[in-house]
Write a protein that binds this ligand. Structure first.
Ligand code: F6R
Length: 628
């Protein structure tokens, strides 16, 4: 057995598509576990299972496939344990090591059958540990990296579960969020975290552990977020926290702000549609109490810098991935235009690896809905290391990026369950505009201009409401184009990032090959692809550059490409001669990305729906990308 500590502080990202839930209390554990797993279904998974402990025995039920099948299997089980237990653990697995079959599904038992565990993450040195276990005559039955960890915990066990867990974790290289129990010590659950979130919900006479808030909010709002290398021991006496040396530590109890309905689909066909329609409320929540009309500025106390600090910022660097990066691009334009401050946006993975030049005068804004994206988190660490002022812009309260940046702005958009980001994007843009406004007012933006902008930001929910009123018209356009296999989106200025975002939305949920381009870029290559089979969505809102984009749209038309125009209300004439038109309210350039993005979200949604796609869980996609 290799007994060396393998440098587990070397943080690496891990996929948290998998879901963990644990229950300790007085109610039927299996019901609560299966319901918790159902609430985390949106993350994507291919097998699921639960283990319960009752009367000194462990019972496990697992299944490849959907939670519904697991529920049926649990209900039909003849194991008394599953129907009487008030303590257990559950898991949804997204296969990494080994096929999605029953053996590889979690929970995993050790060889003796006395220890059981669920694990999110990747044990990087599992082969080494497995070989060491084999030398001790301990054989693993699954192909997973996870199983070796429970075998190792059992091997390390003397008479105390948490000591065995901490002993085993010192030998592990990689990432984990785990919950473990043993029938040697009924009445105890042990959870630990390194790089994969674990939240402990503290209810009345019960404790719910999960990797995702959605499994906890039906039971309680009081929660402890584990930090890396924390271990929590749950017993009838409550929750005790330890570090990996088994020394007691204390962690703050925080209030989770999301309510239960927010994580339910209600009457909507999909979470994505619900979240598109929630945007007026979400944006209202994102801007509530944050606009100061008298001073024509924004109040973002979480940024924790004074006007003097703000005035000293020399440059803004925005880092993020995917949709969040697109929101950052809108922010880049706003920082430069309003505050006259150099701004750049960079894909977070690129930022972390290219040894960027960062100075203490730089404000680095890490933008991430989940607050867990591996590359964005690594960019935060790199920027902090280089002495920059680092702020987070996150939706998930208590997420790793929010905690590590220590300063920033929460979106308050409520849980975003649909894998394709919608309300988070528009709230990110709204918050970016407020950040730019705040910094701009410490510089050259006059008060009356600041007030004008604040008033427009205040109107955003109404503008979005108007676009939502066009839902049926947009659906009709979508149905005309649902059979195409390629599409282009073009825009300029503030609408260039929106063209990128519109294409991303379409490709991820409809599987149509879609590309977003700066309208001027078409002629530099992509125009070669245009034909009657490649619709082009041209963002022709009434903002500077419209006439040039109009010219580019004409060029597309001349190549027989069908053109769908997005135009400002009152300016419908620009759509003459093109194939279809989506009308959005007229508004200033920096405001236009939000209503325009909402129209493109609806377009993508209805195209995907017409194609019968799995909109909330598109193939191959995870809600949180915590691998590199
Ligand atoms: C696309 C989408 C992704 C995310 C990206 C970053 O609809 O949701 O592109 O925006 O994975 O995720 P966060 O914002 O959680 O860092």
């Amino acid at each position: 057995m290799d007994g060396t500590c393998l440098g587990f502080r070397d943080w690496k990202g891990v996929s948290i598509m998998c879901g963990i839930v644990g229950y300790f209390g007085k109610r039927n554990a299996s019901e609560i576990l299966v319901d918790g797993l159902r609430r985390m279904e949106y993350r994507g998974y291919d097998s699921a299972g639960v283990a319960c402990l009752y009367d000194g025995q462990i019972g496990v039920v697992k299944n490849p496939g959907k939670i519904k099948a697991l529920r049926e299997k649990v209900d039909a089980s003849e194991l008394d344990i599953l129907h009487k237990s008030t303590q257990g653990i559950g898991h949804t697995r997204w296969a990494t090591h080994g096929l999605p079959n029953e053996i590889n599904a979690h929970p995993h038992l050790d060889a003796s059958g006395h220890f059981v565990m669920v694990h999110n993450g990747i044990i990087e040195n599992y082969k080494q540990i497995k070989a060491g276990l084999a030398q001790q005559g301990i054989a693993c039955v699954s192909d997973t990296d996870s199983e070796v960890l429970i075998q190792l915990i059992a091997y390390c066990y003397k008479d105390n579960l948490e000591s065995a867990v901490s002993e085993a974790l010192k030998k592990v290289k990689g990432t984990y969020g785990i919950v473990v129990m043993t029938d040697h010590e009924p009445g105890k659950l042990v959870a630990a975290r390194c790089g994969s979130p674990i939240v402990i919900g503290l209810g009345k006479d019960e404790t719910v552990i999960a990797s995702d808030a959605s499994a906890i909010i039906p039971h309680t709002r009081d929660a402890i977020y584990l930090e890396d290398f924390d271990m929590a021991v749950v017993t009838a006496d409550g929750v005790q926290m330890f570090d990996l040396q088994h020394a007691p530590i204390s962690r703050e109890v925080t209030a989770m702000e999301w309510d239960e309905d927010a994580a339910e689909k209600g009457d909507y066909a999909h979470f994505m549609l619900k979240e598109i329609f929630e945007q007026p409320v979400a944006i209202r929540n994102a801007i509530r109490g944050r606009l100061d009309f008298d001073m024509g500025t924004a109040v973002l106390s979480g940024l924790d810098f004074s006007p003097r600090d703000a005035a000293q910022i020399g440059r803004v660097l925005v880092v993020g991935c995917g949709t969040s990066m697109h929101a950052g691009m809108v922010g880049e334009y706003a920082f430069e235009e309003m505050a006259g401050i150099p701004a750049e946006v960079e894909q977070a993975a690129e930022f972390r690896y290219r040894n960027p030049i960062v100075t203490p005068q730089d404000l680095v804004v890490a933008i991430s809905q989940s607050g867990e994206t591996a590359d964005t988190l690594a960019a935060v660490r790199e920027a902090k290391h280089k002495g920059a002022i680092v702020a987070g812009l996150c939706n998930v309260v208590g997420s790793t990026i929010a905690r590590e940046t220590g300063r920033g702005v929460y979106l308050h958009a409520g849980p975003e369950i649909g894998v394709a980001s919608t309300k988070a994007f528009t709230c990110q843009v709204a918050v970016m505009l407020m950040m730019a406004l705040k910094i701009a007012r410490t510089r050259r933006l006059p008060r009356h201009e600041g007030e004008k902008l604040s008033r427009w930001i205040e109107r955003l929910p109404d503008l979005v409401e108007k676009v939502l009123g066009e839902n049926e018209a947009i659906k009709a356009v979508a149905q005309k184009y649902a059979d195409h296999e390629n599409a282009f989106f073009i825009g300029r200025g503030y609408l260039f990032p929106v063209a990128l975002e519109g294409a991303l939305k379409l490709k991820e949920i409809s599987y149509i090959h879609a590309e977003g381009y700066h309208a001027a870029e078409l002629k530099h290559g992509p125009i070669a692809l245009l034909s009657e089979n490649t619709p082009v969505v041209a963002l022709l809102n009434n903002i500077p550059g419209k006439d040039k984009t109009l010219g580019n749209a004409e060029e597309c038309k001349a190549r027989k490409a069908p053109v769908i125009t997005v135009v400002s209300e009152g300016d419908e004439g620009v759509a003459d001669g093109f194939d279809d038109m989506i009308v959005i309210p007229d508004c200033p350039p920096c405001i236009a990305p939000i209503p325009t993005a909402v129209a493109l979200q609806l377009l993508a949604y209805h195209i995907a729906a017409a194609r019968g796609c799995e909109i909330d869980q598109p193939r191959n996609l995870a809600k949180s990308v915590t691998v590199e």
